[in-house]
Design a binder for this molecule. Structure first.
Ligand SMILES: Nc1nc2c(ncn2[C@@H]2O[C@H](COP(=O)(O)OP(=O)(O)OP(=O)(O)O)[C@@H](O)[C@H]2O)c(=O)[nH]1
Ligand SMILES: [Zn+2]
Length: 290
């Protein structure tokens, strides 16, 4: 029997694919198990054999999570990139955080273009988030604080997400400039506005980074409205004090979260957006099931 290896799909376009194994990249052979190949997602862990130095997929291993359009699997962290410019869309940020916690992904906020803002202003903006999640601030252009970024990227599989022009491409290129052990990321990334975007994986030390520019799947919430509150980590401690264990913290009597909000102990922006997202999710849910 042929020796099997366990690798990760690092690229896929139609029936062409690549498998990354240690620091080596194998070209996949699109034959034989066509159905398996059709179902391959970038990020999939696969069992493969090597024949004439090509990878033959034998089996797709169970996924920790997966997303469609683009098809990606097994994401450990989401680097939510924001910046002073373009204006931060906090609603988008909150939706991404919800999706992370709902899919067993660690969200990390990366405030880029720190060269354009005062440190204390960044800290103030991030303070509601820094209470429950990791937040870093960098300047990709000035190459400031990239150590913190490398720390995040060098473990597990990280996706980059964020509005257009926050600096995702610049960030990836700034990492490349550090000349770390990066596999696959051999030349600078440049994108024309009209090039079709597909997902690729790059190696950063022991971590992998998925370049999912133009990624919007993290903003579509496919959850029951009454589950939303579970993804607000700053509510979790407080909600033990609510009169009802099923409290949604919207208009229930004796709600500890609402009380904390009234006392200014919970960020009002976060709470107001919670109500807004709740309404959105509820409307979509009712439409689907009523
Ligand atoms: N001042 C400053 N500008 C930056 C920084 N990082 C990126 N930029 C600028 O922001 C603009 C957008 O950067 P991109 O890297 O293309 O942004 P993107 O997120 O990849 O954008 P899309 O490809 O549209 O998703 C460019 O003009 C960059 O030069 C930074 O750290 N500081
Ligand atoms: Zn409550």
């Amino acid at each position: 029997m042929k020796k099997t290896f366990i690798g990760k799909i690092s690229k896929k376009k139609a029936d062409r694919f690549e498998v990354i194994f240690n620091d080596e990249i194998f070209i996949g052979r699109p034959r034989g198990r066509i159905q398996l190949i059709d179902n391959l997602y970038v990020g999939d862990n696969v069992e493969f054999t090597i024949e004439d130095s090509y990878a033959n997929i034998e089996k797709i291993l169970p996924r920790k999570n997966f997303f469609i359009r683009p098809n990606v699997a097994n994401i450990d962290k989401l680097l939510i990139v924001i910046a002073k410019e373009p204006t931060i869309d906090w609603l988008l940020v909150d939706k991404m955080i919800i999706n992370c916690y709902a899919n067993n992904i660690e969200p990390i906020i990366c405030y880029n273009k720190a060269d354009l803002v005062k440190d204390e202003d960044v800290e103030k903006e991030l303070s509601p988030y820094a209470k429950f999640m990791e937040c870093i601030k960098i300047s990709a252009i000035k190459k400031e604080n990239l150590d913190a970024l490398v720390d995040v990227l060098s473990e597990g599989v990280t996706c980059l997400a964020g509005q257009s022009a926050v600096g995702k491409t610049t960030i990836l290129n700034s990492i490349l400039d550090l000349n770390l052990r990066t596999g696959g990321l051999s030349e600078k990334i440049s994108r024309g506005k009209h090039t079709t975007r597909h997902v690729e994986i790059y190696k950063v030390l022991d971590g992998l980074v998925m370049d999912t520019a133009g990624f919007s799947v993290f903003t579509l919430i496919n959850k029951k409205p009454n589950e939303l509150k579970d993804y607000y980590h700053e509510f979790i401690e407080l909600q033990r004090g609510c009169r009802f264990s099923s409290c949604l913290h919207i208009n229930e009597p004796d709600c500890a979260v609402i009380k904390a909000y009234q006392k200014g102990q919970i960020d009002s922006g976060r709470y107001d957006r919670y109500l807004k997202i709740y309404e959105e999710v509820k409307t979509a849910y009712d439409k689907k099931f009523m």
